[in-house]
Design a protein around this ligand. Sequence first.
Ligand code: NIG
Ligand code: FE
Length: 419
Amino acid sequence: MAERIDLLVKGGQVVTAAHRACPVRGRTMQNLPVLEGGWVACAGGKVVAVGPEEKVREQVEITAKTEVIDAAGKVVTPGLIDPHTHLIFGGSREDEFYLRAQGADYMEIMEAGGGILSSVRATRAASLEELVETGRQRLRWMLELGVTTVECKSGYGLDLETELKQLEAVRILQREQPVELVPTFLGAHAWPPEYAGDHEGFVEFLLDTVLPAVKEQGVAEYVDVFTEKGVFSVEQSRRILQKAQELGFKLRMHADEMHSLGGAELAAELNAASADHLLMVSGQGIRALLESDVVPILLPGTAFTLRKPYAPARKMLAAGLPLALATDFNPGSCPTANLLLVMSIACLYMAMTPEEVFNAVTINAAHSLGRSQRLGSLEPGKQADLVIFAVDDYKKIPYYIGVNLAETVIKAGQVVVGN
Ligand code: NIG
Ligand code: FE
């Protein structure tokens, strides 16, 4: 029996990103499954059939109630996925942006009490309503660019109350707007002023008080740590992440961002879902990642903003690693929420191909969030998250740098932008 469909997107260049296995690794990332003039049929928020017109017509029943969107001459992709953001924060740090533009250093600003700690002060001072309101606006920016799933970290509280306030803002936003949110607890993001002379005391506070409370409240799916020189050492990170694992959290990491510290190795050792940044990853780190299931997530908007060397994407791909891409949207090291821009930067400055870049922000990003069974590609049974771009070839999307070509965005079968 042909299934009745409620939505049909017909005639576009359909980037299905449907691979036999995922994550897509190494040379395979060069293959981007695309269907010219394809039809995508959806029912009940899910994709029912994808293929050439004749095939789809055989499989489904189009009724008078079916919403039909003509995508001829346009590109249809899976909803884009941003697997690393610091979405919820109070205040902003444009002063530091211009100081850095004049030559100031990111870590020096942080050591002088600015940087992350400046956002901690503003986030502690913000009400829950303010955090929800700014978060809502930022998610709207993202949705309009075609981003339908976003990972969101806490980490601008560094005390129990504010960390929970940030995660509560994520929970409220999840209920009231269409972008799917993945909450991550990042209490180990910086040393709070209260523990300036007692870092060990802060680690113990996280282990004994904060992590159990976050678990108890059920407000985070992942735990992340900023493993960095002057921030959390590999040893401190291991203790925090192991405790998180014992409590049943899955892990992500800020690894080898400014210094080659062994963050990638620790991510591999603990089988984290992702190791992110990796600007300074060592050869040993790459080998460790290769022997693990960790998805490396590159955030080239951060290297761009901080004017630092980019992560060695080509080296990692040549070694056979999978890659995902994310914005790292945050008030300091990367104040852009624009994943399309990040895709352009990845092509220009990390020599990634458009095919690799689309695999990175769809199926591999979904995999890094434990959602590749449901999201990240256009295939029967998957959630109907789709973007229609107003160009006739996917290669033109990263090429028109900084231009928002997303015209229609569909989340779980509902048109949420455009039309
Ligand atoms: O991913 N590196 C640590 N955390 C963020 C920056 C946060 C901030 O500057 O506010 C990052 O780059
Ligand atoms: Fe980050």
